[in-house]
Design a protein around this ligand. Structure first.
Ligand code: PLP
Length: 451
């Protein structure tokens, strides 16, 4: 066995790049095509590379760093927990775990009560689906096409986006429904559309699937990864009503949209609709330590008192993760983080509306809080997308160029095909929002060239 030199002073930018290229497998990538920026540190809404070049993180990394980089209170909470107890198995009662579970019952909507802590979003969804199957005694799960629920086997089967293809055939019993994508109604309907209004589409599917075989419907109340889609008012409620009618459990995946991202604690709070199971991760502790959660209704909590929970992870309820969760929720409350997301979101929304007057390539702006999508088109009348769905290589280049130009100007952005994702940390300031809007104004010229 060879252990290489661990003297950190020799880790130059060049050495880091070479070692990374040789040994690290990065997610969702052809490894040989990668050239990742060697990151040296971060603070608040910013991170910087080894050469001191600073980037405004207008993504919150994977939309998880809601409290920004290196929040001092969060770092301190992890340090304090590490000094007290780094690890104890999930079978023991541990303070940060119990405290966080109690806090979750306090902030989650309706009668959601008990929580199972996982290592991330995918594991929360895996457990939610398995539990729904056990509680109902049914097998099928209805999920949507424009969804991302995680990259483990079951969660990837629930996921609708093309990354699922590489994992097929996957978990059995998943039935798909269409999304309320009102800008491009997948059924081509004008308003009012049975797909975009939710319940009628679900009921039509159930007619052919046999509702008595369906355990759960799982949706992201606001679709994150796959295009920032906000459902029309009434959509989630109509899903709720159909689920209740047939004894089907409703699972809301708020891994991305939860914890203030949309300007409310949870996205479903905008419409006052309560799921039977809520899955979360990311903003729960800003991802400083891997953490996810599955929180279940009082009825399911009661069911669990007398029935086996067939789930477990070595790191379920990891003390370092839970301690960071407790600190994170306190910080959010003390620092008015949800309110800041709302106010800064209004500023961002107003700025984007002004940009739309100057840039014809902006087809639609969707957002609340700091969860914005900007859909880019070649023509506002036909709504032809700037790059088509699932575009790769040269077909995806117009958006790729725009993202690169933003990065060169010090603003980190990403996109889902033709939809720019604007999801900065919830602690962002007005000046930082304005800076990003200024850069967007410049780089959108590149999109306008295709108009
Ligand atoms: N669900 C949603 C809505 C997500 O956005 C993600 C990740 O982006 C996941 C689940 C998977 O979470 P994780 O990567 O922590 O497993």
């Amino acid at each position: 066995m060879t252990i290489t030199d661990t003297d950190t002073t020799t880790w130059t930018s060049q050495r880091l790049k070479e070692t990374d290229k040789e040994y690290v497998i990065h997610s969702w990538s052809v490894q040989g095509k990668l050239d990742p920026i060697p990151v040296a540190g971060g603070s608040g809404s910013w991170f910087w590379d080894y050469d001191g070049r600073r980037y405004l993180d207008f993504q919150s990394q994977l939309v998880n760093l809601n409290l920004g980089h290196q929040h001092p209170r969060l770092v301190e909470a992890i340090r304090a927990q590490a000094e007290q107890l780094c690890y104890i198995g999930p079978g023991f009662a541990e303070r940060s775990r119990a405290e966080l579970a109690e806090m979750m019952a306090g902030i989650t909507p309706g009668d959601l009560k008990m929580t199972f802590f996982t290592t991330g979003g995918a594991a929360a969804n895996e457990n939610a689906v398995r539990l729904a199957r056990h509680v109902t005694g049914r097998q099928k799960v209805i999920a949507r096409y424009r969804s991302y629920h995680g990259a483990t086997a079951g969660a990837m089967s629930l996921t609708g986006d093309p990354r699922r293809w590489a994992a097929e055939p996957g978990m059995s019993g998943v039935v798909r429904m269409l999304d309320p994508y009102t800008y491009r109604c997948p059924a081509g309907h004008p308003d009012p559309c049975p797909v975009c209004s939710g319940g009628p589409h679900l009921e039509e599917i159930l007619r052919y699937e046999n509702p008595e075989t369906v355990a759960a419907v799982i949706v992201e109340p606001v679709t994150g990864t796959n295009g920032l889609l906000y459902p029309p008012d009434g959509y989630l409620r109509s899903l709720r009503e159909v689920c209740d009618k047939y004894g089907i459990l409703l699972i809301f995946d708020e891994v991305m949209a939860g914890f203030g991202r949309t300007g409310e604690w949870f996205a479903c709070d905008h419409w006052d609709v309560v799921p039977d199971i809520l899955t979360t991760a990311k903003g729960l502790n800003s991802g400083y330590v891997p953490l996810g959660a599955m929180t279940v209704s009082t009825r399911i909590s009661e069911w669990l008192r007398d029935n086996m929970f067939w789930g477990g992870l070595t790191y379920a309820g990891h003390p370092l993760a839970c301690a960071s969760g407790v600190a994170s929720l306190r910080i959010m409350q003390d620092e008015g983080v949800v309110e800041n997301a709302r106010t800064m979101g209004e500023r961002l929304g107003a700025g984007l509306a002004t940009l739309a007057q100057r840039h014809p390539s902006i087809g639609e702006i969707r957002g609340r809080g700091l969860f914005y999508g900007v859909e880019l088109v070649r023509d506002r009348d036909t709504r032809e997308p700037l790059v088509p769905f699932n575009a790769k290589g040269p077909a995806a280049a117009p958006v790729g160029r725009l993202l690169k130009a933003a990065m060169q100007r010090g603003v980190y952005l990403t996109a889902n095909f033709n939809v720019l994702r604007l999801t900065p940390p919830l602690v962002i300031t007005a000046d930082e929002i304005d800076l990003a809007l200024g850069v967007l104004d410049e780089v959108l010229d590149l999109a306008d060239e295709h108009y």
